[in-house]
Design a protein around this ligand. Structure first.
Ligand code: SF4
Ligand code: SF4
Length: 300
């Protein structure tokens, strides 16, 4: 199974809009949303109906047994995250606790236990030979990279004989993006034509290069700033990065998405452009639109 990962380097570039259109155009049977802080792919794609939900356990959290606590204060002095308060009783703030276990190690009364804590919801939709893997991190949980790894593990386990998996990655360049890069055969970066968008694109390209993953770039809303769009394309050409095309700003895109459709579902300028981008990317991935692998030379 080939994995296409769609990234953006920052939020708000239209990454999920492109990912949803690609899922539609590829008739993908395996796809995932790795934006575990704010998943929204499920709102656009027509995912399979059967939902399985599981608790995701992140870092363990310390808990103080007030019946054993002798109020010595040692735990507060040793907690470098300042996660323990002594009023009205000694207690751990679970949103601050990093689960390091130092407090439990120093407590002379054995009053502190580290307990697994639910950090998110892992969800798998399946049916009709398709699988959609997604998750939501709970507020205050800092284990998004680990949860992304679980989303991808769930996807690859359930994908069966699907030839192509399309993964909507997390925005930014942090831990969840690095987790989503693992196992990817190709990254499509959706860039925004602005100064910050350009610099975010360069950062995500550098991150992808560390993982030695084949990369292409497309520009969304290219006509919002044609000069920077030209600079982005020139940068790609100069650096040997495949340029997969431009998608125009299109008010009909919002109409489609607000109606629960992808831009590939309606006849509109952005929909026509994304089809061209998709065609180029599937050539780079060496697959045809049915998700079957084709001869390398046929792609050119
Ligand atoms: S170290 Fe243990 S006994 Fe001392 S205050 Fe903390 S929980 Fe209570
Ligand atoms: S486990 Fe670590 S972070 Fe959490 S309360 Fe204990 S010392 Fe602080």
């Amino acid at each position: 199974m080939k994995q296409l990962l769609i990234l953006s380097g920052k939020g708000g570039t239209g990454k999920t809009t492109v990912a949803a259109a690609f899922i539609r155009l590829a008739s993908a049977r395996a796809y995932a949303d790795c934006d575990v802080d704010a998943p929204n792919l499920h709102l656009i794609v027509n995912h399979p109906p059967i939902l399985e939900r599981m608790d995701f356990y992140g870092l363990s959290k310390a808990r103080i047994d007030p019946d054993r606590c002798t109020l010595c204060g040692k735990c507060i002095r040793h907690c470098r995250f300042e996660a323990i308060a002594d009023t009205p009783v000694y207690a751990v703030n679970p949103f601050v606790c990093e689960g390091c276990g130092v407090c439990a190690a120093v407590c002379p009364a054995n009053a502190i236990t580290l307990l697994p804590a639910v950090a998110g919801d892992l969800m798998q939709y399946s049916g009709g030979g398709s699988v959609f893997s997604t998750a939501r991190l709970r507020m205050g949980s800092g284990t998004s990279g680990k949860l992304v790894t679980e989303v991808k593990r769930q996807l690859t386990t359930a994908a069966g004989d699907a030839e192509l998996a399309i993964v909507d990655g997390s925005p930014g360049i942090g831990c969840p993006v690095i987790a989503s890069l693992s196992g990817a055969d190709m990254v499509l970066v959706v860039a925004e034509p602005s100064l910050s968008g350009f610099s975010d694109m360069v950062r995500i390209l550098r991150t992808s290069a560390v993982f030695n993953v084949k990369t292409a770039v497309c520009i969304n809303k290219h006509d919002v700033n044609a000069a920077i769009a030209d600079e982005i394309e020139a940068f790609c050409t100069k650096n040997g990065i495949s340029f997969a095309g431009r998608i125009p700003f299109d008010t009909q895109a919002a109409t489609a998405i607000n109606s629960g459709m992808t831009i590939a579902d309606i006849d509109c300028p952005s929909g026509r452009a994304v089809k061209e981008v998709f065609r180029l990317v599937e050539g780079l991935l060496h697959i045809d639109h049915r998700g079957e692998e084709i001869d390398h030379h046929d792609a050119h």
